[in-house]
Design a protein around this ligand. Sequence first.
Ligand code: PLP
Length: 353
Amino acid sequence: MNFLKKHIHQLPAYRVPQTPDCTKLNQNESPYDIPQDLKERICVDLGARAWNRYPQDECLSLLNSLSRYAGLPAAAILVGNSSNELIQTVIYSACDSGDGILVVRPTFSVYRRVAAIMGVKVVEVPLNRDFSFNTEAIIGKMQQVKMVILASPNNPTGTVIPLSEIAQLTQLFKGLVVVDEAYFEFHRQTARDLIDKYSNLVVLRTFSKALSLAGLRLGYLLGQPQVVQQLKKAKLPFSVGLFQQVVGEAILNRQAFVQANVRRIILGREHLFKRLAGLPGIDPVPSNTNFILFRTSRVPAAALFQALLQQGVLLRCFDSGELKNYLRVNVGTDEENRYFLGRIENLLEELDG
Ligand SMILES: Cc1ncc(COP(=O)(O)O)c(C=O)c1O
């Protein structure tokens, strides 16, 4: 297949193991689906619209709701088909093949994937041993690249880079700084207020986590209006369909539901953290997201992962480099959290004994 780029051949397939009928705690999704009455109302609304026409590319109505939610004018917002699409858009827009992007390690794998497909080099800066950001090292290396992309809070560690350090590196950098705030609602601190001051800063957000809509594929970018205008040209036209526009707006208008879920997830996270920290040989990393990364020092991560899977609990297993012997669990409903904790407690006793 010489007709395809060698970068594609070299890339492993993107696969997240899925197991039907298990307690699914592996993809940082919300455990709370949107209410049935809202789904039904949306279906009626969609039924009354013309499906034979292209959707409105400007997403005006959704943008107005997002403007209220995000606290910036509509002209400062670009809507995309998931934040993955917007990650692709910013890398397309800032880099030519042979240029570089800077990421921390470990972080969300899609940055590296999109870069690889485009022949863009990836400069990695390891996080500190406690998974905090090494801003001095980022500043030391960023002049080698065209773009810096930082997830804050970071996936899979749940750690954040302080806003003062984002401001510092953005000020010193000539290229584009992208702050991926996929988990913003669980942390609340945002780089949004720095956008006014720095034209080279954009923020990415998603509907896939706190807004319960991973199945929808909807994300947005915040930036200065003239930057948003340019980035929009690099995004595929009509990538945000009618369904996404209608459902996205509907969830933004159900703030009581969203905020109640966020509170429940944060409480669940604190409970999970305490209980995990009390288990022998388990060291959870303090998290600002809807998931917790933890190290297992008495039982190998792969063995614990498999044993949990056999008991019907699916986590995410990382088992190499600085994440050797780490697993990640996302916060579920109270019942899911209880089930997971019960299983892991029993297994640790059995496997350890
Ligand atoms: C840091 C980060 N950014 C982006 C995404 C992807 O979000 P979306 O579903 O909008 O593509 C994820 C998903 O896990 C993530 O962890």
